[in-house]
Design a protein around this ligand. Structure first.
Ligand code: AMP
Ligand code: GLY
Length: 421
């Protein structure tokens, strides 16, 4: 099988790393990829949002399966474009991906099939939103309806903060047309879990659950980011809870999408808030998570390529998917200043000293002509270790981080700490 992976983050490096393992896979191209994917596959310099360029590439390279990483090309209709050209592509169609790129739509679907979520309302003007807000208890969450790279949810604790958030989104347009509408949600308490599942439109196979740390700094301080670290599995979310969440939140949505004519194939990612044994959905994503993928795939024992293809072909057999017992911990190493302003182009040293049992998934890295690897983004890479226990995985990952260095390097020191403390 010849595969084209679309994207350039740690998630795409992890997907490529796992797909290479498959006896069915003969060649992998990554567009555009990063220095990590270049070391195990062939990068091609086509942007993840250049739909025509990607279709031409897939045809020219005789690709058997396209695997789409990020949400933006899904929302632009990359899977539809590939299918129109006869190229099998893993991921939801543009119509199905709406589950991620419109939070208002996701709430409509959830309401329709009784999936538990925060109470919510949709607004297009600040005045109407503020009226509604006056009758609700604070804090509340003000969200841009569309895609905002994980930064579109603003928790407000006063009317003044709400006014500012609404102004930023609806008037100043800080998220562009993603802010044509806002969704206001009640604030939910609890622990967050990411539950991702493979689906072929009918059948659903959940992956092992994981916990992502979204805030930039230790103790969940600082601004929201794309994700600063992750571990699997959370002790507070056992197999029984995962089974309940799958039948409560994921299956009904997959079936509702099919009934409405937007059959959903690919990965469906439920961001859950868990409070004791109460499970509620915070959001759906239409793709593999980043950094969840880097932490979850090292626990996947069975073949990934076959599973992805079976989702595309509508013949997923959940019984063929096996997970390794044990734990995994991943820590994102970022450029100082992320998610705000940061400097790139710093040489990264020590990569050759990492324990071979620890995976280094690159994200914002670039391979220079002289062979040096330099920083090239906010999230630079993640180190991921597995172990029989969380403590072992955690110790291994943090010990290896000390071997890496670059200017302004920053990472959280408390990933998975609550599981071992
Ligand atoms: P979202 O973009 O919807 O995933 O939101 C980003 C982050 O904001 C989530 O991972 C949560 O940490 C937080 N968040 C979103 N919605 C809520 C909510 N209704 N209650 C509490 N926290 C939330
Ligand atoms: N880790 C959060 C996301 O992938 O959206």
């Amino acid at each position: 099988m010849r595969i084209l992976v679309v994207g350039s983050g740690g998630r795409e490096h992890a997907l490529t790393w796992k797909l290479i393992d498959s006896p069915q896979v003969s060649k992998i191209f990554v567009a555009p990829g990063n220095a990590g994917t270049a070391s195990i596959a062939e990068n091609v310099d086509v942007s993840a949002t250049d739909l025509q360029g990607l279709v031409s590439l897939a045809l020219q390279k005789r690709i058997d399966l396209v695997v789409v990483g990020p949400e933006v090309p899904l929302a632009m209709g990359l899977v539809d474009a590939m299918h129109d050209s006869g190229v099998p592509a893993f991921g939801p169609t543009q119509a199905a991906a709406r589950l991620e790129y419109s939070k208002a739509f996701a709430h409509e679907i959830m309401d329709k099939c009784g999936v538990p979520a925060a109470a919510s309302r949709v607004f297009t003007t600040s005045a109407a939103a503020l009226d509604y807000l006056a009758g609700r208890q604070l804090p509340l969450v003000v969200k841009a309806d569309g895609l905002a790279a994980g930064k579109g949810a603003i928790i407000v604790t006063s009317v003044k903060e709400a006014e500012k958030a609404l102004k930023d989104i609806l008037e100043r347009r800080v998220f562009g047309e993603a802010g044509d509408r806002v969704v206001i949600e009640d604030f939910l308490e609890g622990w967050e879990v990411s539950l991702l599942a493979f689906t072929d439109g009918t059948r659903v196979a959940p992956m092992v659950p994981s916990c992502d740390y979204k805030r930039a700094l230790d103790n969940d301080e600082g601004p929201n980011t794309g994700g600063m670290g992750c571990y699997s599995p959370p002790a507070f979310f056992d197999d029984n809870m995962a089974g309940r969440a799958t039948s409560l939140a994921i299956m009904p949505v997959v079936h509702a999408m099919a009934d409405a004519g937007w059959e959903y194939r690919g990965v469906i990612y439920a961001g859950l808030m868990v409070d004791e044994d109460r499970i509620r959905v915070l959001e759906f994503n239409a793709r593999f998570g980043d950094p969840e993928t880097q932490i979850v795939l090292p626990r996947l024992q069975s073949d990934l390529a076959g599973t992805l293809l079976s989702c595309v072909n509508g013949c997923l057999d959940p019984a063929t998917i096996q997970w390794r017992p044990g734990c995994s911990v991943g820590v994102v190493i970022a450029s100082g200043g992320y998610p705000g302003d940061y400097t790139i182009g710093y040489p990264i040293t020590g990569l050759d000293r990492i324990d071979p049992k620890v995976a280094a998934f690159h994200a914002g890295t670039r391979l220079e002509e002289d062979g040096r690897i330099v920083t090239d983004g906010g999230r630079v890479m993640s180190l991921v270790a597995t172990g029989d226990t969380m403590a072992e995985a955690r110790e291994r990952v943090y010990e290896n981080i000390t071997r890496i260095s670059f200017s302004d390097m920053m990472y959280r020191t408390d990933i998975a700490l609550r599981e071992v403390a």
